[in-house]
Each structure stands twice: as structure tokens, then as C-alpha cells.
Design a binder for this molecule. Structure first.
Ligand SMILES: Nc1ncnc2c1ncn2[C@@H]1O[C@H](COP(=O)(O)OP(=O)(O)OP(=O)(O)O)[C@@H](O)[C@H]1O
Length: 283
């Protein structure tokens, strides 16, 4: 429609510049009243200042004049409001087998990207030396944890090696209300539970090492597990890779390429933010 209007003789009958707009043909409907500020209403005084006083009498219109004319012809003001609403907040679930680098990727992401909230899990296990309440975990008593379960304050919870761990809903709601995106770091079992609860409303990322050998070497180098514990983790990891199909994205965290993996996660967040059909989180 705009193209049609611009090419019509009607458009060509407007005389510029610095003179009252003269229209030789039928007069379009007047500007609709709009509470939104228009560009021309903000810049109207510019029209009184000639661009070049020495130029010939017939000039091309100044930008404010052109805008004012277009607004007049279209019958409405140009709004300075954003054309599309801001993207929805998203929940990003980062998961993967033990030793693949979940903590490493998340810690780096925390350094390089703003606007993310990294959820702190609640746990009933006692605080270990060096741990900080509210940073590493929210340490609560077993009774307190069970009351949180009863009051449906947790998005999901699990009994891990005899101690409870769970994701507080309120933390997610509060930070999403501030416009932040949420990052959850969970093991594969936790990711499966979250998928059941959140469905497609969250983004699920599966982290993998470039090879099984690389992953096992990384675990050995970390020196935090005994030989028996290593055996359990590696056997579990073999089984866990089968769950890849339940995820939306897979990111390879190759040896010495942590930065690439973090970049890839950032790209996924950017792509999700650019989706026409945004995910809607309901928790
Ligand atoms: N891209 C990488 N290159 C080299 N080393 C890495 C890389 N990513 C992580 N690591 C190292 O591998 C080890 C395991 O990483 P991390 O602790 O982050 O794994 P995780 O998936 O969080 O493990 P878990 O589930 O057992 O807690 C750490 O020592 C970490 O520094």
C-alpha cells in the first residue's frame, strides 16, 4: 500500500520545502489522534531551518518534512515504540555426563555474559569447609527441605547419595521477573525430570566431550574421585549418552577449547532470543 501511495500523482503534488504543504487532489483523512510520540512531532522545529539558503528554490524535502508528509498521507504518526516486544525470558538447562565440563562452561559463561541468573540449588547436606551458603548451595535442614517439598516450593528435587537436592521455584520466578534468563546445571537424571515438568518451555543443552577417552582423562586429571567412583561415573556416562535425543542442542566441549563451547552456548541463547515463536515458561 505504501508503494502505491508513493507512486501516485497525489504524492508528486506536494511542494517542498519550507512552504506550507499544498495538495492538489483529494485530501486524505486527517492524522488520527495518537498518544504515541511521533518523529515529526519531536523534530518539527527543524523544518524552520533551511538546509542551504543558497540552493535553488526547488529542493528535495528535509527529513522532518518528508516524515511529516508521509505521516499525513498515511493518516497516522510514526511511533518511536519498538516494532516487536522484547524477547521472553528463557530457562537454559545445561546437562551432560560427569566430567564433561558443565561447571567449567557455566563458570566461564558467568564471566562473559550478563543478564543470566545461575540458580543456586537447595540441599539438606551439611556445608563443607570452604563452601558459602547462598553461593554454592542453600544449606537447609532435612526438615526444612521436606517442608519445601510439601509446600511445592521446588521445581524438582532428588535424593542424591542420601541427601536431598532441589531447585527453588521462587528464585527462578524472582529473577525472571527482573528480566533475567535462568541457567540450571543438572545431571542427566535431573534434565529428564525437568523435561517432564517444563516440556518445550525450556532450552535443553547436552554437553559432550570430543571423545570418551578425553572425558575419562579429564575426570582422572581432576583428581576428585577414587578409582571406584571413577568406574561408576564412566559406566554411568556411557549409559547417559543415550539420552541425547531428549535435548534440543548438543555442544562439544573439546580439550583446550572451553571458549568455543561457551561461544556455542551463547549462540544458542542468541538464537532462542531471536525466535519468532518464543518459548513461554510456566512454572
Ligand atoms: N574444554 C576443556 N579442556 C580441558 N579441560 C577441561 C575442559 N572443560 C573442563 N575441563 C576440566 O575437566 C574437569 C571436569 O570439568 P567439570 O568439573 O566442569 O565437569 P562437570 O561436568 O561439572 O563434572 P561433574 O558432573 O562430575 O561435576 C575439570 O578439571 C575441568 O577444569
Amino acid at each position: 500500500m505504501i508503494r502505491k501511495l508513493c507512486s501516485s500523482s497525489f504524492t508528486r503534488s506536494i511542494i517542498f520545502p519550507n512552504k506550507p504543504i499544498f495538495i492538489s487532489r483529494s485530501i486524505p483523512k486527517p492524522l488520527r489522534h495518537s498518544s504515541a510520540l511521533s518523529y515529526s512531532s519531536l523534530k518539527m522545529t527543524d523544518t524552520q531551518i533551511p538546509d542551504n539558503p543558497n540552493s535553488s528554490p526547488v529542493q528535495s524535502p528535509t527529513k522532518p518534512e518528508s516524515l511529516r508528509s508521509l505521516e499525513f498521507q498515511l493518516g497516522s504518526s510514526f511511533s518511536v515504540d519498538p516494532i516487536i516486544p522484547p524477547p521472553n525470558q528463557i530457562i537454559i538447562v545445561v546437562s551432560g555426563p560427569s566430567g564433561v565440563g558443565k561447571d567449567a562452561v557455566i563458570n566461564k559463561l558467568r564471566e562473559v555474559r550478563e543478564g543470566l541468573h545461575f540458580v543456586v540449588t537447595a540441599t539438606s547436606r551439611p556445608m563443607r569447609p570452604g563452601e558459602v551458603d547462598g553461593k554454592d548451595y542453600f544449606f537447609v535442614s532435612r526438615d526444612h527441605f521436606l517442608s519445601m517439598v510439601e509446600n511445592e516450593e521446588l521445581l524438582e528435587y532428588a535424593l542424591v547419595y542420601g541427601e536431598y537436592k532441589g531447585i527453588p521455584k521462587k528464585q527462578i520466578q524472582e529473577h525472571m521477573a527482573k528480566g533475567e534468563d535462568i541457567v540450571l546445571r543438572v545431571d542427566i537424571q535431573g534434565a529428564q525430570t525437568l523435561r517432564r515438568i517444563l516440556g518445550n518451555s525450556a532450552v535443553f543443552i547436552f554437553l559432550v566431550a570430543e571423545s570418551e577417552l578425553a572425558m575419562v582423562e579429564r575426570l582422572i586429571d581432576r583428581k576428585t574421585e577414587s578409582q571406584e567412583e571413577l568406574l561408576v561415573r564412566v559406566a554411568t556416562a556411557r549409559e547417559e549418552v543415550r539420552h541425547l535425543n531428549n535435548f534440543d542442542y548438543v555442544v562439544v566441549n573439546a580439550k583446550g577449547r572451553l571458549h568455543d563451547a561457551v561461544n556455542r552456548v551463547e549462540s544458542i541463547i542468541d538464537a532462542e532470543k531471536s525466535k519468532v515463536h518464543q518459548r513461554i515458561v510456566r512454572i
